[in-house]
Design a protein around this ligand. Structure first.
Ligand SMILES: Nc1ncnc2c1ncn2[C@@H]1O[C@H](COP(=O)(O)OP(=O)(O)OP(=O)(O)O)[C@@H](O)[C@H]1O
Ligand SMILES: [Mg+2]
Length: 259
């Protein structure tokens, strides 16, 4: 396993958000984490990426313990993420947004990259090339110089994915990447996720409410409900699991596509 969580517990003021989570993501795979609103999915990402401090358990990634590491250190080890709500520097260019993510790989660091000395120009050129390559990879290279906030929403989500890829991760965490996308954009997202795995050798862990997309793209699915993993397995197995159907009862119609 590339990523392994064992006995993870997260509480806020006595409220248990994640309870004894055991969970893994295999090398070179696409896995999904699904579950009703408030189940704890984003909190799980926040634990993995060092934004939250779990009270108990372990998170092992490529042989390293992630627990107690700061977000930038987790990024440097090879875990990248996107956010449930798009987080871009709205007034900066698309390329600068992507470059802002890559600086964890820069020897000189973000400060030196901004106030570049001549000796650091080569480094900056390398960063720029990596970032342009990532924009090309997600299909928006021709928008590199545009101001981020002027892009169509679907393309803003692609900027976030490019920024995450620019950190040269081994694992990419996507929090609801299909939210707000139309059906054409969703099909393109499925293709992109597969290319991230196949062409970049990156494992993808997806949080997503669009069940059609989840079933199509995932090799493995884990279902979270009230902070517990209630089912996991292949898309077919999870879809037929009574505990999963039960967990989704009472959810919105359009999220109930488990047929
Ligand atoms: N920083 C925090 N402080 C207190 N409670 C929190 C915090 N972060 C999350 N929670 C609580 O943890 C629970 C799970 O929230 P989380 O955002 O992880 O759910 P989710 O599965 O991502 O839901 P959604 O599908 O709506 O995004 C919620 O009850 C939420 O209020
Ligand atoms: Mg969430």
């Amino acid at each position: 396993m590339l990523l392994e969580l064992d006995d993870l517990v997260l509480r806020f003021a006595g409220n248990t958000v994640l309870e004894n989570i055991r969970f893994g993501v295999a090398e070179n795979s696409v896995a999904s984490l699904i579950g009703p609103n408030g189940a704890g999915k984003t909190s799980l990402f926040n634990c993995i990426t060092g934004f939250y401090r779990p009270q108990q358990g372990s998170i092992t990634f490529a042989g390293e313990q992630l627990l107690k590491r700061k977000p930038h250190a987790v990024t440097k080890l090879g875990v990248a993420r996107t956010f449930q709500n798009v987080r871009l520097f709205r007034e900066m260019s698309v390329l600068d947004n992507v470059m802002a993510g890559q600086h964890c790989r820069s020897k000189a660091g973000a400060f030196a990259a901004v106030f570049a000395l001549p000796s650091q120009r080569a480094e900056e050129r390398r960063i720029r090339e990596v970032c342009e390559d990532c924009l090309e990879f997600v299909g928006i290279a021709d928008e590199a110089d545009r101001i981020a906030t002027n892009l169509a929403y679907g393309h803003q989500r692609l900027v976030e994915i490019a920024r995450a890829l620019a950190t040269e991760p081994k694992l990419l965490l996507l929090d609801e990447p299909a939210a707000g996308l139309n059906s054409t954009e969703k099909s393109e997202l499925v293709r992109l996720i597969r290319r991230i795995r196949d062409e970049r050798g990156v494992s993808v862990l997806l949080i997503e409410h669009d069940m059609g997309l989840v079933m199509e793209v995932s090799e493995h699915i884990s279902v979270l409900d009230h902070g517990r993993i209630i089912a996991e397995g292949t898309p077919q197995a999870v879809q037929a699991d009574p505990a999963v159907i039960e967990a989704y009862l009472g959810q919105d119609e359009d999220e109930l596509e488990l047929t």
